[in-house]
Design a protein around this ligand. Structure first.
Ligand SMILES: Nc1ncnc2c1ncn2[C@@H]1O[C@H](COP(=O)(O)OP(=O)(O)OP(=O)(O)O)[C@@H](O)[C@H]1O
Ligand SMILES: [Mg+2]
Length: 388
């Protein structure tokens, strides 16, 4: 069953009547049986969106559909959802078994059936052996699995996870996220997974929905969104190390790497002055603005103006004929790749990260010329941030 959000808006009003638009006219279709990563920086409206799908919050505007059914006015308990939060929220005085069975007792499932369903879910999430323990006798990852088993035991139509891994340490996070992916695949349940961690979302999602300030930025398969970001926000948000950004300029369909707004004014006098009178020389002498340190990168059909050039760390190619020379500041070789830190050509306080094949021998202090892989390089309008 798919989930459709149609122009869903949530506005919170504070006591002083000031308003926060937490979610702004959000249109999303979450395809049936898929795991969707709802991703974005803190405060962008991820949890609010999830709670509206759950029915814990009511949208100010818009409709929410589960399949063809409009659930906008349906209370949470009638929606058929399983919810898992960041803090596992298990009942501490109950055993694992009792925790998992709890939702079934509420809906009066016969004891024997409840026991067998709880065991089945516990086995599914890999804690079948721990049924008699109390939550405090479990690791964080195990507790979170109990929470997932408890969310699944009612056989919900939708599984909603709000930062389920953020209380776990790095190793457990990795392990548990793979578990979640496996459980989701095995059950085929439509799942929304909220996180602010781009790597986490990229690694387990069939699709990601990237939000900023309550507004949907881009939706698609993780690799597609990484490869074809529609704006600067998306390009910056995805990727480790992050994309390198340079100030640039489009002049007559050429893309220049330029130092933003800094121009040098040059006086240009006519050539062959010997044939001219002093007045003529004065009349023909004029000032021209020359961008400081501009480097022609490539042809780019776009209107003249300031741009931001984004180049992924893996988008640089060591190339004697390359347009940009950069000084290497630091070199780290990790297996197949060499990671370089280079200085900004215009600003010593700024640096960039480049990843090249480790077969290139470079060392700190070298000046190396680079060209760029066209599919790893993006040009954004400086004002709107839209990709050009
Ligand atoms: N009950 C509330 N009352 C007022 N404002 C709220 C309320 N809940 C959330 N907000 C505001 O709405 C915006 C979105 O909040 P939300 O919790 O959805 O963000 P989030 O993307 O889940 O962030 P995080 O990654 O930090 O969990 C924020 O600006 C937040 O301050
Ligand atoms: Mg949140």
């Amino acid at each position: 069953m798919d989930i459709k959000l149609q122009k869903v808006t949530k506005i919170f009003q504070a006591k002083d009547k000031s308003e926060t638009v937490a979610v702004n006219a959000l249109d999303v279709v979450i395809p049936s049986g898929k795991l969707i990563g709802l991703l974005g920086p803190s405060g962008c409206g991820k949890s609010t969106t999830l709670y509206m799908i759950a029915g814990l919050l009511e949208p100010n505007e818009g409709r929410i559909f589960f399949g063809d059914e409009d659930v906008t006015d349906l209370p949470p308990e009638e929606r058929g959802i399983g919810l898992v939060f960041q803090n596992y929220a298990l009942y501490p005085h109950m055993t694992v078994r009792q925790n998992i069975m709890f939702p079934l007792e509420n809906i009066k499932v016969p004891k024997q059936e409840a026991l067998s369903r709880a065991q089945e879910m516990a086995d599914l999430v890999g804690i079948g052996e721990l049924m008699d323990r109390k939550p405090k006798q479990l690791s964080g990852g195990q507790q979170q699995r109990v929470a997932i088993a408890r969310a699944l035991v009612k056989q919900p139509r939708v599984l909603l996870l709000d930062e389920p891994l953020s209380n776990l340490d790095a190793r457990l996070r990795l392990q548990t996220r793979e578990e979640i992916k496996r459980i989701q695949r095995e059950t085929g349940i439509t799942t929304v997974f909220v996180t602010h961690d781009q790597e986490e979302a990229m690694s387990i999602s069939d699709q990601i929905v990237l939000m900023d300030f309550g507004v949907k930025q881009q939706v698609g398969e993780p690799q597609f969104v990484y490869d074809k970001p529609i704006n600067l926000f998306v390009a910056k948000f995805l990727g480790t190390p992050p994309i390198n950004l340079f100030a640039g300029e489009i002049v007559k369909n050429k893309l220049l790497l330029a130092d933003g707004k800094k121009y040098r004014t040059e006086t240009q006098a006519p050539e062959h002055q010997e044939d001219l009178t002093e007045d003529a020389i004065r009349a023909m002498t004029h000032e021209v603005k020359v961008p400081i340190c501009n480097v022609e990168i490539m042809d780019k059909k776009a209107p003249d103006g300031d741009v931001v050039i984004g180049i992924r760390p893996e988008g640089f190619v060591v190339d004697e004929k390359g347009p940009l020379e950069l000084e290497i500041f630091m070199v780290e070789t990790i297996g197949r790749d060499t990671s370089l830190v280079v200085k900004d050509p215009f600003d010593d306080n700024k640096s960039y990260r480049i990843i090249i094949d480790s077969s290139y021998r470079v060392k700190a202090g070298d000046k190396v010329k680079f060209s760029f892989k066209p599919d790893k390089m993006f040009v954004f309008d400086k004002t709107s941030g839209d990709v050009l």
